[in-house]
Each structure stands twice: as structure tokens, then as C-alpha cells.
Write a protein that binds this ligand. Structure first.
Ligand code: SAM
Ligand code: SF4
Ligand code: SF4
Length: 335
């Protein structure tokens, strides 16, 4: 079954944020001065259980979701996340289960996750320069730790591993060619993401964004690239391959070349709210009906209604909007 929204977009992808907690404090996502010792994260009772997540996922697969991505916060800090992976992998109709992680816990978890049925892993790494990286992650981890995580993922047999890099002018943009070279040598797909104005806490400014076009030019100047067709409709990354035939990169130009027209995603927060856009101010609570005994059909009806009413296209409208705006924080609904 396919459901279509107000802008004729089908529902295809479900992103599940399994926790609001994280072992990093990336400045652009959870700045340490705000998410300090005394910050109140969600209590365990507020989080959806794995059974509840799986039930909602089953309902959404029935409505057309074929891809599921686990994210967060940091998904690997949720205890025994592999059990959730196994439950989701057992659902009929799911073609792809992926996970986005900061990589810190991958040395312990990669093999277990693979055995549980996880298909793909994306590891976030903003720079190979340890000083730059530590400054960006709130002094929580060295590059070496993430490299060990990447190595563990490769050893566990995950398909082409993607490396996500958020590019910020004046912060890490001078190190992006090195990162591209490193990924190329190891067969990882480097994906450069324009710094986005998600949430309200990261002090975003347009002049901090390095446009995707410039990112591609800078890499192309050292290692020639050429554009490649998208793998499928709705692929957010624009792909380029190295002209020497050794690998490819992706750029996610959410700010300078928005792709709302092909956005097929719903996002489920750790406490069970459903969001139709990364920049939404509010979600719809599914936990209450779930815990009050709603049937699968009743839950499906709610989700269908949400999707069919959806008209979000924030990134396309960004530049025409003025004044401050309420938005959910990124760590709450995942990237
Ligand atoms: N903790 C995991 C991680 O870092 O991979 C998963 C959650 S994180 C919110 C998902 C992705 O969003 C990461 O690749 C992160 O770099 C990216 N991200 C966070 N804040 C961002 C921002 N303001 N602009 C662009 N990407 C951002
Ligand atoms: Fe944590 Fe990921 Fe946000 Fe960094 S980007 S603070 S690793 S959730
Ligand atoms: Fe999708 Fe919203 Fe991002 Fe547009 S701004 S691509 S609708 S999540």
C-alpha cells in the first residue's frame, strides 16, 4: 500500500530516534553548555519500549515504509539495541535497515548488530584532524576511537560504509579534502552535509554554510569527480564518482539545493511522537493511543491521516521566511 501526501509524495522511509541521549556534545547538535550534568533527559518510562517501536514500525511498513533507519541521539547508547534490530529485521516488507552512529561504540557492537540483521551503517566523522574533531564533538572523543569503529564495521561485513561529515565554514572546511582522500582509499563513501539550521541552539548562520557546489569543487580540484545518476527517486545525496573509477562521494545540499519535492520520510521520536519534517515544531503523539490499547488499524488510521495532511517543505521556503521560529531539536528526531 502507498499513501500520498498533499504534495504527491509517497511515504517510504521511517527514521526512528531510539534515545535522546548521546555520549558526544557536538556543538551544532547538543552544545555542552546546554546539555550539561543537570540536563533532564527523558526517563526510561517515557521511552517507547522495543516492542512498542516494533509495533509502530509494523503498522508503518503496512502503509508503505520499506526503509528503516535507527538514529538518535546516539542509538548505540540505548541498551541492547541489537534486540530492536532483530525485531525490525523480522518484519515482512522491510527492505533495508540502517543505522547512523557517531561510531564510538562500534568496536563493541558492530558484529552483534550485523548478526542481528542490520544491513548498513553510516558513521559520522567531521574531521581527521584530532584538534578540530574534539572541538566539534565537545571534547568527548579522539578521531582514533571513531576510526576503530569504522574498522570494526568493515570487519563485521557491512556493505559500503558511509561517512557523514557536517561541513562548517571556518571550523572543519579546511580538512574536508583529507577526509575525502581517506574515505576513497578505504572504500568508504564520504558524504558531506551542509550545516543546517535544525533546532534552535546551534547558532546557525548562512555564512557558516559551505555550499555543496563549493565542496565538490574543492575535492574535484585535487581528485577529479564527475556526477552520477541517483540510485533511486528521493535519494537525498547528490552523487559524484572519482574519474579514476576508485569510489564516490555524496553531497547533501539541504540548504542550497533543497530536495523537499522528493522527501518521503516520517520521523518517530524516542517517546513516540511522529514528525513529518526535520524542521517541524510539533509532532503527533502515538504513545498515548498505543498505551491505551489502540488497535493496529486505529494506529494506521492516525498515521495515514498525518501523512495525507502533510505539506511540509521547510528547506524550500527557508530563505523566504523571516523571524525566529519554533523547531524541534535534531537529537530528538535524528538526522
Ligand atoms: N548520533 C548519531 C550521529 O551523530 O551519527 C546519530 C544522530 S545525529 C543527529 C545524525 C546526523 O545528523 C549526524 O551525521 C550529524 O552530523 C547530523 N547533524 C546534526 N546536527 C546537524 C546540523 N545542524 N546540520 C547538519 N547535520 C547535522
Ligand atoms: Fe550526538 Fe550525533 Fe548529535 Fe553529535 S550529532 S551530539 S553524536 S546525536
Ligand atoms: Fe523533508 Fe522537511 Fe527536509 Fe524538506 S525540510 S526535505 S520536507 S525533512
Amino acid at each position: 500500500m502507498t499513501i500520498i501526501d498533499q504534495l504527491h509524495r509517497p511515504f517510504r522511509d521511517l527514521r526512528i530516534s531510539v534515545t535522546d541521549r548521546c555520549n558526544f556534545r557536538c556543538r551544532y547538535c547538543m552544545p555542552a553548555e546546554i546539555y550539561g550534568e543537570r540536563y533532564q533527559f527523558l526517563p526510561k518510562s517515557a521511552l517507547l519500549t522495543f516492542e512498542e517501536i516494533t509495533r509502530l514500525a509494523r503498522v508503518m511498513v503496512g502503509l508503505g515504509a520499506v526503509k528503516i533507519r535507527l538514529t538518535g541521539g546516539e542509538p548505540l547508547v540505548r541498551q541492547q539495541i541489537e534486540k530492536l534490530v532483530a525485531q525490525l529485521a523480522a518484519l515482512d516488507g522491510v527492505q533495508d535497515i540502517a543505522l547512523t552512529t557517531n561510531g564510538y561504540l562500534l568496536p563493541e557492537k558492530a558484529q552483534i548488530l550485523r548478526e542481528a540483521g542490520l544491513g548498513r551503517v553510516t558513521v559520522s566523522l567531521d574531521s581527521l584532524d584530532n584538534t578540530v574533531f574534539r572541538a566539534m564533538n565537545g571534547e568527548r572523543a579522539d578521531v582514533e576511537k571513531v576510526l576503530a569503529g569504522l574498522e570494526a564495521a568493515a570487519q563485521a561485513g557491512f556493505g559500503p560504509i558511509k561517512v557523514n561529515t557536517v561541513v562548517q565554514r571556518g571550523v572543519n572546511d579546511h580538512t574536508l579534502v583529507d577526509l575525502a582522500r581517506f574515505c576513497k582509499a578505504r572504500g568508504y563513501i564520504a558524504r558531506f552535509i551542509e550545516f543546517m539550521d535544525v533546532g534552535t541552539l546551534n547558532g546557525w548562520r548562512m555564512d557558516h554554510v559551505v555550499p555543496a557546489k563549493e565542496i565538490v569543487q574543492r575535492i574535484h580540484a585535487e581528485m577529479p569527480l564527475e556526477p552520477v545518476e541517483a540510485n533511486y527517486r528521493g535519494e537525498v545525496a547528490r552523487r559524484y564518482r572519482y574519474q579514476d573509477g576508485q569510489g564516490e562521494i555524496g553531497v547533501i545540499a539541504s540548504v542550497t539545493q533543497p530536495f523537499c519535492g522528493s522527501c518521503t520520510r516520517l520521523r518517530l521520536s524516542p517517546e513516540g511522537s511522529l514528525y513529518t519534517c526535520l524542521f517541524a515544531a510539533q509532532g503527533t503523539d502515538l504513545r498515548q493511543p498505543l498505551r491505551e490499547g489502540a488497535s493496529d488499524e486505529a494506529l494506521a488510521e492516525i498515521v495515514r491521516g498525518i501523512w495525507q495532511a502533510r505539506a511540509d517543505r521547510y528547506s524550500e521556503l527557508r530563505t523566504s521566511m523571516t523571524g525566529p521560529r519554533e523547531k524541534v531539536e535534531m537529537y530528538h528526531i535524528g538526522g
